[in-house]
Ligand binder design. Structure first.
Ligand SMILES: NC(=O)C1=CN([C@@H]2O[C@H](COP(=O)(O)OP(=O)(O)OC[C@H]3O[C@@H](n4cnc5c(N)ncnc54)[C@H](O)[C@@H]3O)[C@@H](O)[C@H]2O)C=CC1
Ligand SMILES: O=C(O)C(=O)COP(=O)(O)O
Length: 524
């Protein structure tokens, strides 16, 4: 049973696919109402109200996934989630149109002073001359951040006969041309626009993007719109520009602190506001809830999630192709880590044959996770493997080789430790399974499954019998046994697959057999 905590208001209809699953238990409560149960939840579903802090994640010890039914994830500590191997997903496009339409509605309301006029008429006044506005036709709209919402706002602006000047450092010329807008520097947009609307995420770079210095570069009489995130326009810095009339009006759907309380900006007649309503439509809420609910179902079924913030994107098609290699990678890492149970500095992974053409980032992350898992107490998975490796000073790299040595595909892992280097190579045989075909310089062939025993010995007659005797005396059944050697009479090895794990006494008894040099337990 998977327990899902839904801590913000999320569309009931969108959650329906989760409700129909017999394996999912949904609890709809605020975090503060379930303090005692926080450690029991596998998933957390939020909008922007719940703050998913490191402190909260610390308490949610069983948490595997955070779903954001919306776009902005600035309320989620992504680094803290990643560190704990918690997948973070969002619904990147379910509310785009609603947010763009709200932005446009705010912009129109701002220049025609609709909210002020509305309040006036409701107060039984009829003062037509007090609410003379401006037309949008022919005006220059400056769009800062030209992603999904910014571009939808621009389309609507063009339909209103506006010219659109865009600043987005990541926007290509081709895309801008296709959408009928022109790219400019930030300074040019600031200096030329009659109305400026911001549509970036809130990041270190965009916090305070419209602060004192940049506001001073805007045209006198400029209108500003922020339906993205509070803080992109610096609220404190804005006040003097409103006081001296440099800024003609501001429309805000979002605030640095939500709710803003008794904020000084609210006192200005030409500041119009809504309580973070950009995504608040029936349509958008159904879209985003359905998107995250479907992703959660995939996740719990062990399928890939497509809109993760902290995992490489993986479609179902690609996932199906890499699935076998993903498991092989994990086994290679796991076995190598136990064999090299010493500090290591570097892992080098080489892909050859058909696997080399696939999305190997994911396979490498799985291999890394397998390698790191026996070394760290907390969960290591594809989400946090790279971060954990970095923390432990382990570097890793991928190589691609044309040399297949007769295998249709192979993954080879070389681990560099202080005084030792170890290489293991595996292949996946369709409809048969994973095989380890090279182990520490010796060609061999065994399945990386279950309780394995590695024995390195001198190549002498009778070794197999001696090992069999010791295991038999301890009532340990051998399922399979593979032998390999570098050369006749030289270094040789056995890999045994056993029905149960061996204890220290058995290891000791095996080590005492003459000509046996090393014995290691390997769990795969
Ligand atoms: N008010 C509301 O209810 C809603 C607000 N939002 C917010 O709207 C914003 C935009 O969302 P989307 O368009 O979906 O995101 P997006 O990721 O599609 O677009 C963001 C764009 O900002 C650009 N960008 C990033 N850093 C920049 C910088 N320093 N300067 C200029 N451009 C920069 C990116 O290149 C990208 O094109 C986000 O902050 C999101 O949280 C989204 C939905 C509803
Ligand atoms: O999706 C976003 O980024 C939003 O800002 C919408 O926030 P909400 O889900 O309405 O709390």
């Amino acid at each position: 049973m998977f327990r899902v905590l839904v801590s913000d208001a999320i569309s009931e209809e969108g959650l329906a696919p989760l409700r129909t699953s017999a394996h999912i238990d949904i609890v709809q409560q605020k975090v503060s109402e379930v303090e005692e149960q926080l450690h029991t939840f596998d998933a957390l579903l939020v909008r922007s109200a719940t703050k998913v802090t490191e402190e909260l994640l610390e308490k949610m010890t069983n948490l595997k996934i955070v779903g954001r039914a919306g776009v902005g994830v600035d309320n989620i500590d992504i680094d803290a989630a990643t560190k704990r191997g918690i997948v973070v997903i969002n619904a990147p496009n379910g509310n785009t149109i609603s947010a763009a339409e709200h932005t446009f509605a705010m912009m129109a309301a701002l220049v025609r002073r609709i909210p002020q006029a509305h309040i006036s008429v409701k107060s039984r006044e009829w003062n037509r001359s007090a609410f003379v506005g401006n037309e949008l036709l022919g005006k220059k709209l400056g769009v800062i951040g030209f992603g999904r919402i910014g571009s939808e706002v621009a389309k609507r602006a063009r339909a209103f006969g506006m010219t659109v000047h865009v600043y987005d450092p990541f926007l290509t010329k081709e895309r801008a041309e296709k959408l009928g807008v022109s790219i400019h520097s930030l300074d040019d947009v600031l200096a030329s626009a009659d109305i400026i609307t911001v549509h970036t995420p809130l990041t270190k770079e965009t916090r305070g993007l419209l602060g004192t210095e940049n506001l001073a570069k805007t045209k006198k009489g400029v209108y500003l719109v922020n339906c993205a995130r509070g803080g992109i326009i610096d609220e404190q810095a804005l006040i003097p520009f409103l006081e001296n009339g440099h800024v003609a009006g501001v429309a805000l759907d979002v605030f640095e602190q939500e709710p803003p309380g008794d904020h000084p900006l609210l006192a200005f007649d030409n500041v119009i506001v809504t309580p973070h309503l950009g995504a608040s439509t029936v349509e958008a809420q159904l879209n985003v809830a359905t998107q995250v609910a479907e992703e959660l179902l995939h996740f719990f079924e062990g399928q890939p999630v497509t809109s993760s913030i902290n995992l490489p994107a993986l479609s179902k098609d690609v996932y199906e192709k890499i699935q076998s290699f993903y498991h092989l990678g994990r086994k290679l890492g796991l076995i190598a880590s136990q064999f090299m149970n010493i500090p290591v500095q570097e892992l080098s992974v080489t892909y050859a044959g058909t696997v080399a053409d696939l999305e190997t980032t994911y396979i490498t992350r799985s291999l890394l996770a397998g390698f790191l898992q026996p070394r760290v107490a907390s969960t290591v998975n594809e989400v946090n493997a790279a971060m954990v490796a970095k923390e432990r000073g382990i570097t890793y790299g991928e190589k691609f080789s044309d040399e297949t040595h007769g295998y249709a595909n192979s993954i080879s892992l070389t681990v560099h430790g202080e005084n030792k280097t170890f290489t293991i190579k595996g292949t996946h045989v369709p409809n048969y399974g994973d095989r380890i075909v090279h182990f520490d310089g010796v060609a061999i062939d065994f399945a990386p499954e279950g309780h394995l025993l590695y024995i390195q010995h001198q190549d002498r007659p009778g070794m197999i019998g001696k090992v069999g005797n010791v295991l038999g005396a301890h009532d340990i059944n051998i399922a399979t046994m593979q032998v390999g050697r570098q050369e006749a009479g030289g270094k040789a090895m056995m890999i045994l697959s056993l029905d149960k794990p061996v204890d220290d006494a058995v290891l000791k008894a095996l080590t005492q057999i003459a000509d046996i040099e090393t014995v290691k337990r390997l769990e795969a």
